[in-house]
Ligand binder design. Structure first.
Ligand code: AMP
Length: 429
């Protein structure tokens, strides 16, 4: 039997990756404009990092991690998300004693042992950012605006931004009590798993996707009614930024997010046509996490976005992003005696920054011209034995069939000139 990619993982082939590159490049540009620099952390971390950072009782930690013991007896885990690693790196490199805030973004694979389906994989890719070291609500707004603007600019349709504030250690206990009071008489209406553990973390019942929990919590008290003054002011400021920047959103008092470390702002963005797995980004403020991981008290906010889902949505919506770029030139050899010369010429063109295709092997000129047509190259350079002996080649424009004889030494200059004329002197990107 042939070996296949593990369940829930997949190969991204060159055709599909073109659109990934467009999305990634656009994201990098947006991060640059907002003053974020890239960070790369290991795919493997000490298991303890996620247990402490995400919370032992979460599904993510208790059911979905890829954890193993290495040959040295250490428990390691393939990262299921990026925030804990960024915070670890921030502390490990003492970035908290440098200028604040620290604004970083990341892009790469994450691993979760989930049931695979369309838009849900065991190895998937996230793009995310964190701002460490500021309480300012402008930072919250920034981490919402970046994914929103990214998707808008990519043409993603049916975006829905939901926003909430879940308070802080000052005001959340009061909300928690109110929620427990609400749930107590409704326990038998919850899903089987929450019937057992609703008391330990009642906020997670609100986050539960089951019909039972959704129905039972339809009238649950709203987090925003319990915010302390600091949290209420913060939330109002975040909303003002979004309104003044014309980012449409709605407040969703059920939105609490699954992870333990969130405080104040939480948000989620969904896109239409994704069905059940419709979340394309989520994030929020996590003022307690740095301390939880053994550091000083440092406020922070961030988001993560699932690239696989963004791209799946774009594909379903029929995007034409990421068209293939044909080579500019195809170099053909008319005769075996000039085969090497033709290939060397192709190498020289590439060194000069001109995308040049040529054939391998020993094929007739007719066959090579056919390949040239298929590549979509604008020009064909034919290296013929007689011309080559004179230091010349034939340059043929594919669209018109017009041919000219060019000195081989002048070819790069001729092609560069015609490219500049075509783009009206504008530098090619
Ligand atoms: P989370 O850290 O769970 O909030 O996830 C952030 C984003 O990552 C989600 O909004 C999804 O777009 C994406 N995501 C999470 N889990 C998966 C998965 N198993 N497969 C694909 N994308 C995922």
């Amino acid at each position: 039997m042939r070996i296949q990619a593990p369940r829930g993982t997949r190969d991204l082939l060159p055709d599909e990756l073109r659109i990934w590159h467009v999305v990634e490049e656009r994201a990098r540009e947006l991060f640059r404009l907002h003053g974020y620099a890239e960070i790369r952390t290991p795919l493997l971390e000490a298991t303890e990092l996620f247990v402490r950072g995400i919370g032992e009782g979460t599904d993510l930690v208790s059911k979905e991690m890829y954890t193993f013991t290495d040959r040295g007896g250490r428990s390691l885990t393939l990262r299921p998300e990026g925030t804990a690693s960024v915070v670890r790196a921030y502390l490990e490199h003492r970035l908290e004693s440098g200028p604040q805030p620290v604004k970083v973004y990341y892009l790469g694979p994450m691993f979760r042992y989930e049931r695979p389906q369309a838009g849900r994989y065991r190895q998937f890719h996230q793009l995310g950012a964190e701002v460490l070291g500021t309480q300012d609500p402008a930072a919250d707004a920034e981490t919402i605006l970046i994914p929103y603007d990214l998707y808008q600019s990519l043409g993603l349709q049916g975006l829905d931004l939901r926003l909430n504030s879940i308070g802080c250690p000052n005001c959340r206990p009061r909300y928690r009590e109110a929620l427990l009071d609400y749930l107590r008489p409704r326990v038998e209406r919850l899903c089987p798993s929450h019937q057992r553990n609703w008391e330990a973390n009642p906020l997670r019942v609100l986050d539960c996707k089951s019909e039972a929990c959704r129905a039972a919590t339809a009238e649950a008290p709203e987090t925003t009614a319990f915010l302390c003054e600091v949290c209420a002011d913060h939330f109002a400021a975040v909303r003002r930024y979004l309104e003044r920047l014309q980012v449409p959103y709605r407040v969703d008092s059920r939105l609490v997010r699954g992870l333990d470390y969130y405080t104040k702002t939480v948000f989620e963005i969904t896109a239409e046509s994704l069905g059940a797995q419709d979340a394309v980004a989520g994030g929020g403020r996590y003022d307690g996490l740095v301390q939880e991981l053994g550091g000083p008290s440092v406020p922070a906010v961030g988001f993560a976005s699932g690239l696989d889902r963004v791209i799946l949505t774009l594909q379903r919506q029929g995007t034409d992003l990421g068209q293939a770029r044909p080579p500019e030139v195809f170099v053909a050899a008319a005769g075996q005696g000039v085969q090497e010369a033709a290939r060397i010429l192709a190498f020289r063109l590439r060194r000069a920054g001109i995308a040049a295709a040529t054939e391998y092997g020993d094929r007739s000129l007719k066959a090579q011209m056919k390949v040239a047509g298929r590549t979509g190259a604008q020009w064909v350079v034919v290296v013929g034995e007689a011309e080559w002996a004179q230091g010349q080649v034939v340059l043929r424009e594919m669209a018109t069939g017009a041919q000219q004889i060019v000195d081989a030494g002048q070819l790069i200059a001729t092609l560069t000139r015609s490219r500049e004329a075509a783009t009206d002197g504008a530098p090619r990107r």
